[in-house]
Design a protein around this ligand. Structure first.
Ligand code: SF4
Length: 509
């Protein structure tokens, strides 16, 4: 796949991401989670089977690229011209990086594998394996063309904070780390790099003005199109809440959908921290007309085979169940997912996080609006009932080890899981991770040593539910991977007797 540079000069600005972040995992955004796990298989095999490259254009540039990178590309093309900016797969760096290359811009979501998912499941295995996301990130940075021509290296994206937090910027040879939404500041940084001026080591970006957020000019991976940005519900462990909430105009959204569909994206992923935030009324009352119009308009665009909503909150489902009833038939019809017996279903990610009213009140009060925190467990149960009745089977995160979590809080989560028995949900239980740009950024990460038997019970209840509910469904590959992790965990006996019972439970023994 590698193509040596037949144009010694290269391009002035080259944009890229690691092989794992440039793949669409065979058009499966949920399997992309597994990139955060260590894998004990050769990279070459994984690149072929798990995260194969998406197609290249005739000139060797990437046909699809991460949405955030496409936004930056759009801004840079407007200023520097299309002839000076390329976005490429990392194996093509040698073709495009040359004497004239001034800067290589890299986007990353999880460069060091210390995001919520990768940290949780890497520590479960507990042997000295690096998550694949890290292996591929380092592999990209060690590309010979970067060493030979020494362009400036600028890294941004939602995982850029990890490089600063881990103090590895110099070790990785990165000139500038860009934190936050980059639209307002990125051009100045690239201008400096192109002019050979000194670069700041780190840039904390200003909040962009909505009018400065351009449409992408080239197709995005998974057909991602942003419909809202920011959240504002204020969960203390979460970074999107710090961003200004904004709903993009429908014509802006449709322009990006049409661009993607015309260029062969089969799936359109509506990027949002909560679809019910789209043009929301005050106090998080969902705007049914706007949401229904959005989904119907996207579905009508020629070439859109699948529609995938990224995230949704649960309280609005209960607040106005008629929205779910109205959009579910389109989402199911345009879904890529099939449950047992060929039954189609739609899905998106939701955050249950905890069953504890105390923790909800303390850290996630806004998640509940317009309801009071005391109703959280009931809202979760009701919302799941409504979603399942409409053939929406979500993927739900739970967070263990939140600061100050007590035995009673964990028991409340177990009670909630018990009430949800029989629901069609795929659980992703996680260890609390203190990300740099969230309110709890000074708190300690939760780790396996601090897990109690009750915490293990939460993990095992979730995974035994997943095994029972999903073994024949779309998540079977992920289940196999996690079963392997469970086996390793049992076999190596790393976590002492506390872990035995849960592992036996997952294995169904
Ligand atoms: S509701 Fe979700 S996106 Fe919004 S602040 Fe809470 S965790 Fe973040």
């Amino acid at each position: 796949m590698s193509d040596k540079n037949n144009n010694e000069d290269g391009k002035k600005i080259v944009l890229t991401a690691s092989a794992i972040e440039m793949s669409d995992f065979n058009l499966n955004p949920f399997i992309a989670f597994s990139g955060g796990f260590p894998m004990f298989l050769p990279k070459e095999f994984l690149r072929k089977r798990l995260y194969p490259p998406t197609p290249f254009n005739k000139d060797g540039t990437a046909k699809f690229a991460p949405y955030g990178l496409r936004k930056i590309e759009s801004i840079l093309i407007d200023y520097f011209g299309e002839e000076n900016v390329v976005t490429v797969y990392p194996s093509m760096l040698e073709k495009f990086v040359g004497k004239k290359t001034k800067v290589v811009g890299i986007s990353t979501m999880d460069p060091l594998g210390i995001g919520f998912v990768s940290r949780t499941y890497t520590s479960f295995i507990g042997i000295s394996g690096k998550p694949m996301t890290t292996v591929e990130f380092e592999n990209m940075l060690s590309n010979p063309s970067l060493r030979k021509y020494r362009p400036k290296i600028i890294v941004g994206g939602s995982g850029a904070w990890q490089i600063v937090k881990a103090g590895v910027q110099d070790q990785l040879g990165i000139d500038t780390v860009v934190i936050g939404e980059a639209e307002e500041d990125v051009l100045d940084i690239f201008k400096k790099a192109v002019n050979g001026e000194e670069l700041p080591r780190q840039v904390i970006c200003r909040k962009p003005r909505p009018e400065n957020i351009p449409c992408i000019k080239k197709p995005s991976l998974f057909g991602v199109v942003e419909v809202t940005r920011g959240c504002g519900r204020g969960c203390h462990f979460c970074s999107p809440t710090l961003r200004q909430r904004y709903s993009f105009p429908l014509d802006h959204i449709l322009k990006e959908v049409e661009l993607n569909a015309k260029n062969g994206t089969r799936m359109i992923t509506l990027q949002t921290d909560d679809i019910f935030l789209y043009k929301t009324y005050p106090n998080f009352i969902p705007n049914k007309e706007a949401i229904v119009e959005l989904i119907n308009s996207v579905a009508k665009v020629e070439g859109v085979e699948y529609i995938q909503i990224a995230h949704a909150a649960l309280a609005p489902v209960v607040c106005n169940p008629s929205i779910v009833k109205e959009i579910a038939p389109t989402l199911v019809d345009k879904s890529r997912w099939v449950y047992v017996n060929n039954e189609k279903y739609a899905t998106f990610e939701i955050g249950i996080e905890t069953g504890s009213v105390k923790l909800i009140s303390k850290y996630m009060r806004g998640k509940m609006l317009p309801y009071p925190p005391e109703q959280w467990p009931d809202i979760v149960v009701q919302a799941l009932g409504i979603l399942n009745d409409n053939q929406i089977y979500p993927l739900a995160t739970l967070i263990t080890g939140l600061p100050g979590e007590t035995k009673e809080d964990v028991i409340a989560t177990l009670e909630l899981l018990d009430r949800l028995k029989g629901s069609r949900i795929f659980y992703v239980p996680l260890l609390f991770t203190s990300e740099m740009d969230c309110i709890l950024n000074r708190e300690r990460h939760a780790d396996l040593r601090s897990l109690t038997e009750l915490h293990w019970e939460v993990f095992s209840t979730c995974w035994s539910h997943n095994v029972k509910t999903w073994t024949n469904g779309d998540f079977q590959h992920l289940i196999r991977i996690v079963s392997l992790i469970a086996y390793l965990l049992y076999y190596r006996w790393l976590h002492g007797p506390k872990a035995l019972k849960p592992i036996l439970k997952i294995s169904g023994l």
